[in-house]
Write a protein that binds this ligand. Sequence first.
Ligand code: ADP
Ligand code: MG
Length: 236
Amino acid sequence: MLSIRDLTVAFGGLKALDGVSLSIAAGEITGLIGPNGSGKSTLVNTVSGQLPVRGGRVHLEREDVTGRRPDLIVRSGLARTYQIPRVPPALTVEEVLSVPLLYAGRERHRLEGLDNAAAIAAFCGLGPLFRRRCGDLSVTDLRRLEIARALACAPKLLLLDEAMAGLSHEDSVDVMALIRDVHARGISIVIIEHLMRVITTLCHRVVVLNNGRLLAEGAPAAVLADGAVREAYLGK
Ligand code: ADP
Ligand code: MG
């Protein structure tokens, strides 16, 4: 689904990603983990076209999307959510979802039954809040809206940057169920997540970054038991 080869991204002298190569398989939920500052958000921002690439290539399915405009990458089938949800507080849920739907246009057929704002809102548990302003939504509902907005782009691959940050245990369990429902619709998913129970429960595979480099990858249990991963990530 996604192939990253030797990706390097720098902020001035700091290499936030330093020659990272990894692949994301179609149909899977892949966990992307690593300590704070290891380059996870930078990877999402780069793959989605929002940061310039210094070196390396990114392929979405067989298509080379390296350095392509973010809106064109969305059209090719990749959508992402943001670690810090940013929605105009005066817009309603309906309005926020309508913008990407207008833009996705001909690609809508990719998600049968999820081709209009009301259906997407209902799917994401936002049905009763459809006409409410975003400024009135709770933290959990804003997290749901992030996912809903990405679904409105009709993605094949969805990148979730800390989709459960700031949620209570109960609310995070609800959002995990939503992520499963999204996956069941045939969408491949990458989740960046600090909660290990989320990674072990949801993910088929895990990729670990440390200091902008790939540290480990594989099945969740094996990766989380890996000594180097525990040292870097868990501080043990
Ligand atoms: P993570 O998401 O894994 O916590 P980030 O990708 O946000 O890490 O950051 C990786 C590194 O790049 C960090 O050292 C961070 O300070 C730096 N960084 C991220 N974004 C910027 C930016 N816009 N300008 C300068 N440095 C940045
Ligand atoms: Mg981050």
